[in-house]
Design a protein around this ligand. Structure first.
Ligand code: PNS
Length: 168
C-alpha cells in the first residue's frame, strides 16, 4: 500500500492598512479565500502614518467583516511584509488592482518582494463597482457627513459615524 503524499496547505497573505476595511478589501479577501486554503489578512502598523482607527479597532472590524470565511484569519505586523511571509510560511501576497494608476507602485513592490525573498504577488482586478474606492476617500467623505453606506460594511459604517460624530 502506498502512503498518500501529504498535501501542502496553500496560504496567501492580504496585507494592508485597513483604516478602515472597505467593501473593496472584503471583495478581494473573499475571492482570495476561495482560491487558497488559508488566507491571513495582516494589518500593517505604520508608526509614521496617523490613522483614524487603532490597530485593535481595525482588527475587530476585519474580524467581524470576515466572520463568514472560516479559512480567513486576521493578524497584525510591523516591519517588512516579506519577513512576515517567511515567518509564517506564506509564499504569496494577494493584492487588488483598482486601476492602471495602482499598477506602477504595486509592480515595484511586487518585484522588490520577489527579489528580497522570492515571495510572489498575485494581482486581482477589483470588482469594477469598487474601482474608485479607497479608505482615505471613505474617511474624508464620512468626516463631512457624506453617505458611505454602499462603500463599507454596516459594522464599519457604525464606527465611522461614532468616530466622526456624523450621521452620514
Ligand atoms: O493599505 P495600504 O496602506 O495600501 O497597504 C500597503 C502595505 C501595508 C501593503 C505596504 O505598504 C507594505 O507591504 N508595507 C510593509 C513594509 C514593507 O514590506 N515595505 C517594502 C515593500 S517593497
Amino acid at each position: 500500500m502506498t502512503t498518500p503524499t501529504p498535501r501542502t496547505i496553500r496560504r496567501a497573505l492580504c496585507p494592508g492598512s485597513f483604516d478602515p476595511v472597505t467593501n473593496g478589501h472584503l471583495d478581494i479577501i473573499s475571492r482570495a479565500a476561495s482560491l487558497y486554503d488559508e488566507v491571513v489578512v495582516a494589518i500593517f502598523v505604520n508608526q509614521s502614518k496617523s490613522s483614524l482607527f487603532s490597530v485593535d479597532e481595525r482588527h475587530e472590524m476585519l474580524s467581524e467583516g470576515t466572520a463568514g470565511y472560516p479559512n480567513v484569519t486576521i493578524d497584525v505586523f510591523e516591519g517588512l511584509v516579506v519577513d512576515y511571509c517567511r515567518e509564517h510560511e506564506i509564499p504569496v501576497i494577494v493584492k487588488g488592482l483598482r486601476a492602471v494608476s495602482d499598477f506602477d507602485y504595486e509592480l515595484q513592490m511586487a518585484q522588490m518582494n520577489r527579489g528580497l525573498a522570492g515571495i510572489d504577488t498575485l494581482f486581482m482586478p477589483t470588482n469594477p463597482e469598487y474601482s474608485f474606492l479607497a479608505s482615505s476617500l471613505v474617511k474624508e467623505i464620512a468626516k463631512w457627513g457624506g453617505d458611505v453606506s454602499s462603500l463599507v460594511p454596516p459594522n464599519v459604517l457604525k464606527r465611522l459615524k461614532e468616530r466622526t460624530g456624523t450621521s452620514g
